[in-house]
Design a protein around this ligand. Sequence first.
Ligand code: PMP
Length: 375
Amino acid sequence: MIYLDNAATTKMFESALQVYKDYACDKFFNPSAGYEVARNVAKDMEGVRAQIKAIISAKNGTIIFTGGATESNNLAILGSLRGGKCEYIFSQGEHPSVYNVAKELERLGQIVHFIPLTKNGEVDYDLLAQHLNDKTRLISIMLVSNETGAINDLNRVNELRKKYSPSALLHVDGVQAFCKFKVDVEKSSIDLFTISAHKFHGPKGVGALYVRDANKLKNIIFGGGQEGNYRSGTENVPGIMAMGKAIDCIDIEKNLHVVEKLNKIFKDTIKSLDKDNQISFVETQNPYIISVALKAVNGETLMRALQDNGVLVGKGSACSTKKSGNRILESMGIDKNIIKSHIRVSFDFLQDQKEIEDAAKIIYQTYRDIWERVK
Ligand code: PMP
């Protein structure tokens, strides 16, 4: 089986699993307890906070451990809510864990603007500029799209924020970027940054939120006051420590090189077979994710046939497979019929070139077989 759905989730590193086990079975103590072995566990968790801050180049601020990116995004957005009516800005490309929180803000009576995407999948910066003003409370724009791999220019977003909404907070869903690209929260003055461990070979159900100024955030979960009162509940220590181990095992630059080669092999193999140009790609600067459009064949049908032929690909984001249509590709102005023919292919640095070449050949042949039947 060749797994090409690494944007949905990744396999946990064995070494991270060992760490998980160590903190689940041996150092299993509650980090809030007063005795020394428990205090040591709390200290070990501080090490992971420092690690995350270092990798996103955060000079100050806090890391709050959460139960994954969905929770981090909810905390970032709902935790920024204040009394009175404010304006909130989201890109149309956001993951449901942001988009549906935005919908909830709207339901609560806040003014919410969804900024469309351009045809390359980035947020439309001109339209963004038009919607910013001094009532803007929060701007939430993801760094890398889980759907198309498009990378938003956060420096540009920050420049616009400085010009039109200097007091607005900038939240970034960094799930598909963290541990894959160099991130610098200082450079773009990011206030809130979301990560999720299972996207970089850590465990599922654990993540974090970087917060530049904790005074600007309110808790949305009430309880025993853990995580500086921003996220009550006993911390998932094994998960947090395993996340730290996974971060340790990642070499961003080296992996990027490997994945760039895989991406090229994939595209070159498809292009060499696809003599009549039936297959096209959303062009982005991100080698990890490719959104592939295949003329006249339904993506869902292809995905199922590929599964029978030993290749697993995504049909858009795993979280939105049950939804019909595709808000993100639609916002990019892609034709509805072409949207139906999209699949998402996403790579991992642990994969080898032969495997990717084989997968591309299988994808092409499987597509062709279906196409012969439906044309
Ligand atoms: N944001 C993005 C961009 C994602 O790709 C995902 C996972 N599909 C999430 C948020 C949600 O992450 P989690 O599974 O940790 O809740």
